[in-house]
Design a protein. Sequence first.
Length: 207
Amino acid sequence: MPGEFRIGVLASGRGSNLQSILDACDDGRIDGRVVVVVSDVAEAYALERARRRGIEAVYHDPGRFRTKLEPEREAALAELLLDREVQLVCMAGFMRVIHEPLLNAFPGRIMNIHPSLLPAFPGLHVQQQALDYGVKIAGCTVHFANGGVDAGPIICQGAVEVAEDDTAETLAARILEVEHQLYPRAIQLFIDGRLRVEGRRVRVQPE
Ligand code: GRF
């Protein structure tokens, strides 16, 4: 039985992180349920994954901007999530930067996952950036959203060794496996009330 805690997921693409969250809700690693999945892309496979589970799947028109939502559209998205009594918003491959309308509606209640060890390589094409820079350790980060690009307080990170023959694709695939473990863990820590934000630091309280 999924828990009562209500999660909303924002996704723009294939939704493999959404899938990992859904699976973790099913097998009890997350004591909660995804009540709505919203995408700024009508044909995002993430919406299909939600529909297949009987979860409300909503295409939400982002308006005329490319990297953010139009403020009125963002306010409407916040309303939509509040209407569903969402308690935590998880950005999972949501390709837009969020601003006040969502941040004010869900203070300290929006998370994002990013496939680099922040603060290294925010933004796009990050595995290629990591390879080009020559790092030996790459990874992923779950953090609270704060209106910057991949910039809020860090909740947890997972590391992956870079192999000599890695391409951006092979590295991304190995990082993604770690993402799928990491995000459910971060969500459960939140549900358990174990995350205390002190400035930039997120302190994980003992069980
Ligand atoms: C993931 O690598 C995530 O970290 C990044 O975008 C990708 C989304 O993949 N923000 P998916 O849609 O969850 O499969």
